[in-house]
Design a protein around this ligand. Structure first.
Ligand SMILES: C[S@@+](CC[C@H](N)C(=O)[O-])C[C@H]1O[C@@H](n2cnc3c(N)ncnc32)[C@H](O)[C@@H]1O
Length: 246
């Protein structure tokens, strides 16, 4: 089985930073305010990290929340933090590509935020995870996705060209729009062009919307991070948010 290098990154270099995060971005708060309206319904937080969003949602008044992450260290931290907060969130270890622990049509809301799905290392895993998101959602349920948006970073085409050229020379399989991490914990990744790099999958907006529609989702909202700013920059920047209903 292929090694999941992103899961390794989150288990090591990125564990401390991501398990301890607690603040929400304005974009996340605004989307939750608009769509997470019925606190009697249940919520699944996918790739929860240290439980940042799960605890926030609990504070909004939701009392049926489940949350999972592929990295056991993240879940250990979330469970400990939950104890200090007297939280009822149920945390567990799991992989977004195969949600065997959840029955079909069992959640009213699902959160796939902070680009969780972009860290899945294979195309088939990514597709399965999208399918699973649809399967576990109740009819009428709402799902929040945020994706790494290929067109939001000017240097992506350049990086893509270099990386894929090197891959071709090395005779490695080409993975379209799957780019190595430019920075890790805010520091430049000097091993960028090494073999066997952890890579994130940067989606193209039209392609991902088509994929979601093909699964059966209705698209409720598509926004870029920059759309939430008072003065919009000319070029779209940051994450791509897509809210869908089933
Ligand atoms: C950028 S962090 C976001 C954490 C959290 N969603 C938040 O918004 O604070 C991405 C998280 O996704 C988790 N992750 C990556 N691949 C995953 C997978 N296949 N299944 C579940 N979690 C995964 C990582 O371990 C990490 O905790």
């Amino acid at each position: 089985m292929m090694k999941n290098l992103n899961a390794e990154l989150y288990s090591n270099e990125l564990l401390e930073v991501w398990s301890k995060k607690s603040h929400l971005l304005l974009s996340e708060k605004m989307l939750f305010k608009k769509y997470l309206v019925n606190t009697s319904k249940n919520v699944l937080d996918v790739g929860t990290g240290g439980g940042r969003l799960a605890f926030y949602v609990e504070n909004l008044g939701f009392d049926s929340i489940r949350a999972f992450d592929i990295v056991p260290g993240m879940i250990d931290y979330a469970i400990e933090r939950g104890k200090t907060l007297n939280s009822k969130v149920k945390f567990e270890v799991g992989d977004a590509t195969e949600l065997l622990q959840y029955s079909s049509e069992s959640f009213d809301y699902a959160l796939y935020m902070q680009q969780v799905l972009n860290f899945i290392p294979t195309e088939s895993g990514f597709k399965n995870a999208l399918k699973e998101s649809y399967r576990i959602l109740k009819p009428g349920g709402i799902v929040f996705f945020s994706f790494l948006d290929y067109d939001s970073r000017r240097f992506n085409p350049l990086l893509n060209t270099f990386v894929n050229l090197i891959r071709r020379v090395r005779n490695e399989t080409l993975l379209r729009h799957r780019l190595p991490w430019l920075k890790i914990n805010g520091k430049f990744n000097w091993k960028l062009f090494n073999k066997n790099q952890a890579c994130a999958y940067w989606v193209k907006e039209k392609e991902i919307i088509d994929q979601l529609k093909t699964l059966g989702y209705d698209i409720l909202e598509v926004k870029n991070q920059s759309d939430f700013k008072a003065s919009k920059p000319t070029q779209k920047k940051g994450m791509l948010y897509i809210v869908c209903s089933k």
